[in-house]
Design a binder for this molecule. Structure first.
Ligand SMILES: Cc1ncc(COP(=O)(O)O)c(C=O)c1O
Length: 392
């Protein structure tokens, strides 16, 4: 089946009652937005049809998570990750970021240490402070040579851990570097987690968008069964199927005691399931895979286009993303930039009218994150603008 990933969809000035999007409204009309992690593609036709049918029902009162959704996710997990999960392990929630905060609240005590690694998707850096816990962070190791992979730095991790450290916020695959962590790296992490008796929240939101042929996602809790009893795995259809506005995610918690602690600790803090989000999630997991596979082809192509452009930008490097539609650019040596007091992101916004995400927000100034989840036409336009500044 053919899917349309080529025709731009009007998101800045949408008609027919569509509401504005954050991505296209933060900056002025002249700016091409390649920042926040959502894509400019319509969701799979099966999702749109299922939503249409649910909307036609006309009653949108408090919903329940249907058993059919739980079973669909069990099947997806078995089929795509080789992990057999149970329906009752699933706790559906209104988002992954809420889940990070809720896990901190429910599973740690005031003053406990919440550890993460930088660079990292910005909300990770705020979870401890917002929940009255102690923020702890360790840096990842930068690529050994330009374009090489980012790696775990176990010495830095050990140095950051204190007796107070209780919870690790982990991102697998990784936003913003696009790393798909190797089994060896995960094994080292698993050993460290057990050695220090930590709990883990494994944010696996980008795990259905692995870009390299033949690579399959292996959830942390599945790869290391001993870790399952201390791990809360977060999944959602939002990145894969472009459903972020439907605020639906799932925490998978195999251990009954941990599940009870989590459920008891978050009672009353979050709304019930979003009925449209649940419908969309089920349709996506049940019928969306052909669309996802077609999307991966498009993203691989875009990644290649980006690699070719970056190669012509003197002093700019990027480790080729192994997953998702986000690219992490090292602009510290960019010869086309004037530098000065502002960030590289700000300079590119002003001089190229392209909006990227500022690396400083990820705990790593001098870098910027570029979202290539857009049509080839829009990506080419944005890259041409960036060429004009960065090739200079
Ligand atoms: C790693 C990661 N976690 C969480 C989120 C946000 O998830 P949600 O919209 O479900 O809160 C994002 C969004 O980009 C993300 O990249």
């Amino acid at each position: 089946m053919e899917f349309d990933f080529a025709t731009p969809v009007e998101r800045r000035h949408p008609t027919e009652g569509a509401w504005p999007s954050q991505k296209w409204h933060r900056y002025g009309d002249a700016v091409l937005p390649l920042w926040v992690a959502d894509m400019d593609f319509r969701s799979p036709p099966a999702v749109i049809e299922a939503l249409r049918a649910r909307v036609d029902h006309g009653v949108y009162g408090y919903g329940l998570v249907p058993d059919s959704l739980r079973h669909t996710l069990c099947q997806w997990s078995q089929h795509h990750y080789g992990w057999s999960i149970e329906p009752e392990w699933q706790h559906w929630l209104p988002g992954v970021v809420p889940a990070l905060h809720l896990a901190s609240l429910a599973l740690t005590e005031p003053g406990d240490g919440v550890l993460t690694m930088t660079p990292i998707y910005p909300p990770f850096l705020k979870v401890a402070e917002r929940t009255g816990r102690r923020h702890q962070q360790a840096a990842l190791a930068e690529p050994g040579q330009p374009g090489g992979p980012w790696r775990l730095d176990f010495d830095a991790l050990e140095a950051a851990i204190t007796p107070e450290t209780r919870l690790l916020l982990w991102c697998h695959p990784h936003n913003p570097t696009g790393r798909v962590w190797s089994h060896e790296e995960l094994a080292g992490l698993a050993a460290l987690v057990e050695r220090h008796d930590l709990l883990v929240v494994s944010d696996e939101l980008h795990c259905d968008l692995l870009l390299d042929d033949g690579v399959c996602h292996r959830p942390l809790a599945a790869a290391f069964p001993d870790l399952a009893s201390r791990t809360l795995t977060l999944w959602a259809p939002s990145k894969t199927f472009n459903l972020a506005g439907l605020t639906t995610a799932c925490a998978v918690i195999p251990d009954r005691a941990l599940r009870r602690r989590f459920t008891a600790g978050i009672r009353g803090l979050v709304p019930d399931v979003n009925v449209l989000g649940a419908v969309a999630a089920e349709a996506a997991y049940a019928h969306g895979d052909p669309w996802r596979r077609a999307l991966l082809e498009v993203l691989r192509h875009h990644r290649q286009t980006l690699v070719e452009h970056v190669a012509t930008w003197p002093g700019v490097t990027m480790s080729t993303p192994e997953s998702t539609y986000l690219a992490w650019l090292d602009l510290r040596g960019a010869q086309g930039l004037r530098g000065g007091t502002g960030s590289a992101q700000r300079e590119l916004l002003e001089r190229a009218s392209v909006a990227l995400s500022d690396g400083a927000d990820f705990g790593w100034p001098g870098f910027a994150r570029l979202n290539f989840g857009t049509t080839a036409l829009q990506l080419e336009q944005a890259l041409t603008r960036l060429d004009a500044v960065l090739r200079a």
